[in-house]
Design a protein around this ligand. Structure first.
Ligand code: NDP
Length: 603
């Protein structure tokens, strides 16, 4: 792979206290060590004995209901924050007839399924949880627990009447556009054959767990489960811990990503022995969770939520002049950049110099993360193995004040696989570096199949005008206007990151997407056309713009492999809008206020 050509150094090793070239070489070596010839195909779907995601462990009621054949104005597929926001924003725009269809037994999406011990949002909850002002609630803690987030999802559904007409435990299997009726015919696995004038598809990026294709995985005779279907019947306890049934169990966790960082401390507390199998260490920063300050709460003025959310996005996006309202570790790379620019005398930098400045700020941030490992972890070998050697954005940054200390416990062992992953699984053990670790239970913290947010890549069969399959429309790559709509697929809106604005606070992005879609549907209703479809020309212009301007993947290509860079084989560019999510929301606002709507509303 080509070097990222960035020109001369801004500061030398003597001024910095470290040698940037040494770090670059180390990062490169770590990435190469981790690259595998099988790339993204190393993972397998959880089927057969591993069919964890087929059954819903949380439902208390049967699926019994008569199949539906009725008609609604808007059918929303998915009741995670995307679908709930779509429903809520539609209600606020005056749409009454809305049906949410959801595979799970209730609302919440990823927060419905992920109930592992320690689950919390990794973004400040005051800006992560949507519609706080509309629902009239404020989380009890700066980083809310998973079940509080799920309760907030339920409160949104209650506040906006989204339980009415909702279908849970129901998976959409097909959507066919009926041109004469100007409706989507929607079929489900419950025998429904409903119709809807508009469909909004919001599947969520983390809905299908994936497993590592480790040789021998099928031979294991002990217990297994995936973190997104935590088996409390086996462990005992709940999201707050107390897993008393693990007191005599040797437990293995495979994976050290954002999920493992949250559940390992609870397992460390309760398991007889915990083995954490690591391929690539996460960057683990301070968390500093605390209860919500009632004085701060009283000081909030209407509009605070949007202002705080927008401010976070600007700061994390690297705007060094923005004041930071949220004040947490997410803003550190920007703080380091700001300090560095001051050190350099705030010169006007060339693009190459700006790249170097961002890289230096990143080195400083990652040095801080590595120093923290040394400060917390007592055993020097374990500390060394827990240090991440890559740029900050290569993986989802993580935050925990309990994860690193867990490795100081006598009942916790880090099994560092040297970037190669678990070698083999046998009937009773996992093998790494030639050593066999006998365990009673394996917990897969191995993440999710990503890139399935659009129906062209997800489950249901979708046929648009003239019966054209959406997968055929997407054969040469995604084809949308603004990521939402496609020519030949009237009144179908898709939420998600493809050809759209993105941000680390994805709930923020979803809210902007929902508000836009609701306004477009409301405009179509007011206009009387009842039909929203981009012209082929408008769609082509957006596809061209995305392919021309989308951010290059040069830096991500240099990263250690993971789902963010397609396991080390990224495409040349991201399929996302070039600016940040605030710019994108502004672009949509201008589009709606100008003559954009005339491109999508039928006469
Ligand atoms: P990830 O995909 O981030 O992590 C999977 C882990 O499994 C990695 O550490 C990976 O190693 C490891 N792994 C995979 N195969 C093997 C193998 N053969 N041997 C050893 N290790 C292996 O999944 P997560 O569930 O942790 O997180 C997914 C996403 O969910 C996050 O990126 C984040 O966006 C979101 N999330 C958000 C939270 C929130 O609070 N909002 C909380 C938790 C998750 P390697 O890195 O080498 O590939």
């Amino acid at each position: 792979m080509d070097d990222v050509d960035t020109g001369p150094e801004l500061l030398g090793p003597e001024e910095l206290g470290f040698d940037p070239q040494v770090l670059r070489d180390r990062y490169r070596a770590e990435r190469d060590r981790r690259l595998r010839p099988d790339g993204a195909t190393q993972y397998i779907a959880p089927t057969g004995d591993f069919g964890y995601y087929v059954d819903d462990p949380y439902v208390t009621t049967g699926r019994d209901r008569a199949p539906l054949t009725d008609d609604v104005d808007v059918l929303v597929v998915g009741a995670g924050f995307g679908g709930l926001l779509a429903g809520a924003r539609l209600r606020l725009a005056g749409v009454d007839s809305i049906r949410v269809v959801e595979k799970a037994g209730d609302v919440g999406g990823t927060w419905y399924w992920n109930r592992y011990p320690g689950v919390r949002c990794d973004i400040e909850s005051y800006i992560y949880l949507p519609l706080l002002e509309e629902v009239g609630s404020v989380p009890e803690e700066k980083y809310a627990r998973g079940d509080d987030i799920r309760k907030h999802a339920q409160a949104i559904a209650e506040t906006f009447g989204l339980y009415r007409d909702a279908c849970f435990q129901t998976e959409v299997t097909g959507m066919d556009w009926d041109e004469p009726a100007q409706r989507w015919r929607v079929t489900t696995d419950q025998g429904d054959a409903m119709t809807a004038r508009y469909v909004i598809f919001s599947a969520g990026p983390f809905s299908r767990p994936k497993l590592p294709g480790i040789p021998g995985i099928d031979d294991f005779r002990g217990h297994t489960f995936h973190t997104s279907r935590w088996d409390y019947a086996y462990t005992g306890g709940d999201q707050t811990g107390g897993m008393h049934r693990l007191a005599d169990k040797r437990v293995a966790v495979i994976g050290t990503g954002a999920t493992a960082i949250q559940c390992v401390p609870a397992l460390a507390q309760d398991a007889a022995h915990l083995y954490v199998f690591q391929r690539t260490p996460s960057a683990v920063d301070e968390r500093g969770n605390r209860p919500t300050d009632p004085d701060w709460l009283r000081s909030l003025e209407p509009g605070w939520h949007r202002a705080r959310r927008d401010n976070f996005l600007a700061v994390v996006d690297g705007q060094t002049t923005a004041d930071d309202s949220v004040v947490d570790r997410w803003a550190d790379p920007t703080r380091h950049l700001r300090d560095l620019l001051r050190e350099l005398g705030d010169p006007s930098l060339s693009e190459q110099q700006r790249f170097r400045a961002r890289e230096l700020a990143d080195f400083r941030k990652m040095n801080q993360i590595r120093d923290r490992v040394d400060a917390v972890v007592e055993d020097p070998d374990t500390a060394e193995a827990l240090k991440p050697w890559y740029r900050y954005d290569c993986k989802r940054p993580t935050f925990s004040d309990e994860y690193l200390p867990a490795f100081n416990r006598p009942n916790v062992s880090l099994v560092d696989t040297g970037g190669r992953g678990v070698e083999r699984i046998t009937e009773h053990s996992l093998v790494s570096g030639g050593t066999e670790y006998e365990v009673d239970c394996i917990i897969f913290a191995t993440g999710f199949e990503v890139g399935r947010t659009h129906p062209a890549f997800a489950g249901p069969r979708v046929h648009g005008r003239d019966g054209r399959p959406i997968a055929e429309h997407f054969r040469g790559g995604a084809r949308t206007l603004h990521g939402f709509t496609s020519h030949g697929f009237p009144n179908l809106f898709c939420m998600g990151p493809s050809q759209n604005g993105v941000a680390v606070n994805f709930a923020h992005v979803l809210d902007d997407q929902a508000a836009h879609i609701a306004e477009v549907i409301a405009a179509a209703e007011k206009h009387g056309s009842g039909c929203v479809e981009p012209t082929a020309e408008a769609e082509q212009a957006w596809v061209d713009r995305i392919r021309r301007e989308a951010p290059e993947m040069t830096v991500l290509a240099e990263c250690t492999p993971g789902y963010l860079n397609n396991e080390g084989r990224p495409p040349a560019r991201r399929e996302t809008y070039a600016g940040n999510a605030l710019d994108f929301a502004e672009l949509l606002r201008r589009w709606r206020a100008g003559d954009g709507l005339s491109d999508v509303l039928a006469d």
